[in-house]
Design a protein around this ligand. Structure first.
Ligand SMILES: [Zn+2]
Length: 223
């Protein structure tokens, strides 16, 4: 993989995409160790590494943490090589993975999250729009947002508890739209982002992950 320090990253506090200032890293290693004749530890076999890289966004001065995960697989009898590198934005998290999520819903959610540090009203409105898109994707196009969500609860596509979370997202979105005289707190925004990501996870990511793991286990049983 290319050197992470000179690559372009997105700051999900403010939406800035560009070079972020590199601050440093912490490293965790899982390895099989042994001691030589003098009693010093040495690595017999590397198993996996995780590195957390800390950056500072030059636009909003907030910290961004990106992790790199590497697994070592056996290449020849006595040689192990790194494989399956994975990069994850750990903080601020956008809370969902793109796997299994319809592209336009994922990108609308991602854009909404990017505005959380810039404009609370726009962020709430955009999150409400994501909810509208989810209803449409699940076949509900008629009536107000509340009616569409209720229809999804009636059809048991959404559990009733998530129907309540939708009520909050709708109300907060309306407050954003009408610039009501209510104070919107950053912690409110974080909660609404968490609710929308829970809905996306429940409807799209979770079934996708369950299906994938099921296939993996079935394959193991056959092997
Ligand atoms: Zn930023």
């Amino acid at each position: 993989m290319e050197d992470i320090r000179v690559q372009v990253h997105t700051c999900f506090h403010c939406g800035n995409t560009g070079l972020l200032k590199y601050i440093g890293k912490t490293v965790w290693k899982n390895e099989v160790l042994d001691r030589d004749e003098e009693g010093n530890l040495f690595t017999v076999l590397p198993l996996e590494d995780k590195i957390w890289h800390i950056f500072e966004c030059p636009v909003c001065n907030s910290p961004v943490i990106i992790s790199e995960y590497i697994e070592y697989i056996q290449y020849s009898e006595c040689e192990y090589r790194p494989a399956y590198p994975m990069r994850t934005t750990e903080y601020p998290t956008i809370a969902i993975s793109a796997d299994g999520v319809p592209e336009e819903i994922y990108s609308a959610f991602e854009s909404a999250v990017k505005t959380r540090g810039i404009d609370h009203a726009i962020c709430l409105l955009s999150l409400r729009r994501v909810l509208e898109m989810i209803c449409k994707d699940k076949g509900e196009t008629k009536g107000k947002l509340a009616e569409k969500v209720n229809a999804l609860v009636d059809k048991k596509i959404l559990p009733p508890m998530i129907g309540d979370a939708c009520w909050i997202i709708r109300e907060m979105g309306n407050a954003g739209a009408h610039a009501d005289n209510i104070n919107v707190y950053a912690s409110d925004i974080e909660q609404v982002i968490a609710f929308v990501s829970a809905i996306i996870d429940y409807l799209y990511s979770l079934p996708h992950r369950v299906e994938k793991m099921k296939k993996r286990i079935e394959k193991r049983e056959v092997d």
